[in-house]
Write a protein that binds this ligand. Structure first.
Ligand code: NAI
Length: 268
């Protein structure tokens, strides 16, 4: 196989401009770091100001190019303004990773249910379409535009007390699929990663003991995943060679979602 043939569909994102939301922490931060290591210029967006600063410093200290924007993604008017600033700073936008999200749990009968639902949908679903709509003209100009939305294994199942979260994450998959069809001819692919249980800021509240117990019972690889392991899944979708992957949902969950729960009836 000639070099030229390989280079037409490369696995390099060198020189691309990538925006990662929620990149002050967890898998967003790991994704921003990986993209920078792979040669991309990275826009860090998060509502956590000190985290944005740390994230940018981590990348620039390692020799990468990054700039941060402190933004609460529930602020609809600010999203287009920040995207235009990113494009002015880096000269375009090729990759959008909709990663920012919050945990949300409330019993359906709870008096706080409505407030939890609204906040969860604002961050975990509504902010995604707003960011996509603001970024789209620039992603189209790229010619190799990439959108990756971060959903969850809760997009394909449900847990008690997590109905707002599960409903919003099911919505992320629906948004991904509909836009993949709608934008199919516009030079932009839209895909989705469904992480399983991952060590991040979101799961810090769960004790190590509970994490171990859960992982041993429910996850074939018997452990929580690392943020960087999600970042590598995301990377797979954004390389130029991923041009025919569109509307896909990739479970990155150590096998959690495909394991039968009953004990095996087959001899070892
Ligand atoms: P994390 O808490 O470490 O990082 C999330 C980041 O999003 C934080 O830096 C936070 O400040 C930012 N953020 C939250 N709301 C925001 C807003 N309104 N505006 C701007 N930034 C905001 O959590 P993690 O786990 O890295 O979460 C990333 C994504 O992964 C989320 O969408 C989450 O729902 C999803 N996920 C996480 C799983 C896990 O086990 N950690 C499992 C499945 C999905």
């Amino acid at each position: 196989m000639s070099k030229k043939r390989l280079s037409q569909l490369s696995r390099s994102i060198e020189g691309k401009v990538a925006l990662v939301t929620g990149s002050a922490s967890g898998m967003g931060r790991a994704t921003a770091n990986l993209f920078s290591d792979e040669g991309a210029k990275v826009a860090i967006i998060d509502r956590n100001a000190s985290g944005v600063e740390e994230s940018v410093k981590e990348i620039t200290d390692a020799g990468g190019i990054a700039k941060g924007w402190v933004l609460d993604l529930t602020n609809a008017d600010e999203i287009p303004r920040v995207i235009e600033e990113i494009v002015a700073e880096f000269g375009g936008l090729d990759i959008l990773i909709n990663n920012a999200g919050i945990g949300a749990s409330a019993r359906i009968q709870s008096s706080r249910f409505e407030a939890v639902w609204d906040k969860c949908f604002a961050v975990n679903l509504t902010a995604l379409h707003r960011t996509i709509r603001a970024a789209l003209p620039h992603l189209q100009k790229s010619g190799e535009g990439r959108i990756v939305n971060i959903a969850s294994t809760e997009a394909f199942g449900g847990s008690a007390f997590a109905s707002p979260y599960a409903a919003a994450k099911h919505g992320v998959v629906g948004l991904t699929r509909a836009l993949a069809v709608e934008l199919g001819t516009q030079g932009v692919t839209v895909n989705c990663i469904c992480p399983g249980a991952i060590h991040t800021g979101l799961t810090k509240v769960i004790s190590d003991k509970h994490k171990d117990k859960f992982a041993h019972r429910r996850v074939p690889v018997k452990r929580y995943g690392l943020a960087e392991e999600i970042a590598h899944g995301v990377f797979t979708f954004v390389v130029p060679g991923a041009s025919y992957i569109n509307g896909a949902t990739l479970m990155v969950d150590g096998g959690f979602s495909i394991q039968n729960n009953g004990s095996s009836v087959m001899p070892e």
